[in-house]
Write a protein that binds this ligand. Structure first.
Ligand code: FES
Length: 138
C-alpha cells in the first residue's frame, strides 16, 4: 500500500491532537467494520470555527484525515465547513489508497457530528445538516 508524503506527514506529525476544554461542539463517530473511533472538537464563535482538535483511536489514515480535516475547518464559517467532503480531505492529502477511503468518511462525519452537537446545544439550525449516523455520545 502506497501512502502520499502528505498522509505520512500528518500521520507522523498530527496537527491539533487533543481536547478543547470548552468546545462548542463534540462529535464522535465510529466505523463498525474496523472498530476505529474518531472524536472531533470544535470551538465556534459567531459563525466561525476558531479552533478544532481531535482524538482518534484508529488506523494511520484515520489519524491523517483527522489531522487534515481539523486544519481545513479552522477559520472557516459553518456553511463553508458543511461543504467539506471526505473527497476534499483525501484530495488535500494527495489521495488515499482505495481501501482506506472509509477512514476519510469518518473525518467528514466527525466534523458534522460536532456541528450537530453544537446546533443541539445552542438551538440553531444548520442548513443541510443531518443527525449523525453513529453518534457515540460525548
Ligand atoms: Fe478504520 Fe481506517 S481502518 S478508519
Amino acid at each position: 500500500m502506497e501512502y502520499s508524503e502528505k498522509v505520512m506527514d500528518h500521520f507522523m506529525n498530527p496537527r491539533n491532537v487533543g481536547e478543547i476544554e470548552d468546545a462548542s461542539g463534540i462529535g464522535t463517530v465510529g466505523n463498525e467494520q474496523c472498530g476505529d473511533i474518531m472524536r472531533v472538537f470544535l470551538k465556534i464563535e459567531g459563525d466561525v470555527i476558531i479552533d478544532a482538535s481531535f482524538k482518534t483511536f484508529g488506523c494511520g489514515a484515520a489519524v491523517a484525515t483527522s489531522s487534515m480535516v481539523t486544519e481545513m475547518v479552522k477559520g472557516k464559517t459553518i456553511s463553508e465547513v458543511m461543504t467539506i467532503t471526505n473527497e476534499a480531505v483525501m484530495k488535500a492529502l494527495d489521495g488515499l489508497p482505495a481501501v482506506k477511503a472509509h477512514c476519510s468518511v469518518l473525518a467528514e462525519e466527525a466534523v458534522q457530528a460536532a456541528l450537530w452537537d453544537y446546533s443541539q446545544e445552542s438551538g440553531i439550525t444548520i442548513e443541510g445538516l443531518m443527525p449523525p449516523k453513529s453518534d457515540h455520545g460525548h
